[in-house]
Design a protein around this ligand. Sequence first.
Ligand SMILES: [Zn+2]
Length: 235
Amino acid sequence: MATSEQLFTANHLLASVPRKAYLGMLGKLELVDLAYGQVLYEPKGVIDHVYFPIDCLVSLLTAVDKRRTLEVGMVGNEGMVGMPMALGIGISAVRALVQGGGVAMRMTAASFRTEFRNNEPLQRSLFRYNHLLMAQISQTAACNRFHESGARLARWLLMTSDRMRVNEFLLTHEFLAHMLGIRRVGVTQAAGLLQSKGLIAYSRGKITILERKGLEAAACTCYRIVKDLQDIAQK
Ligand SMILES: [Zn+2]
């Protein structure tokens, strides 16, 4: 069983806080299991906790109309869910949906407010992460408009794999259609194309990455642009 200190450092944002500062935070963090499909916040909903993912993945979705949503960002072990709190806002603009079940450390909004005010290293880490999340969201906006669905699906699978550190995910066509903002038939075509090239295997809602280098070549440039920014910021 991992200690709470080991779990703490499994989230890169928390790990970037110097040891003295993070020891002071440990007592305020609680380990929670997040289930696939769980909604952490709704648009205009109150943020009651912030979450630091360990091996789960959270999608940030914006509403297009009553039926449709579109993923505008994703948060894994590199970041925190609930970034408006670091800007003094206690309300979410997006739906935060768990798209990969796993564990996270969470802190109540009240504890976070106090901690953020008094913990300068945490502030610096969150400002850097906010920059990266904004870059990811900006790139996703361009990606959704200009890149075709096969290349976007490849990018999405790589981003998911990086954050969950697995090569296999359970996903329905419907779920992917919501993530990518395309129709289910478009998902079938895009997944079929990647499968015919031997890059992924897809059956009964399970996607397996078979050939990572090939998938990187099939992904749009957005994957590399965002990943390079993240690598630079974490140096
Ligand atoms: Zn793209």
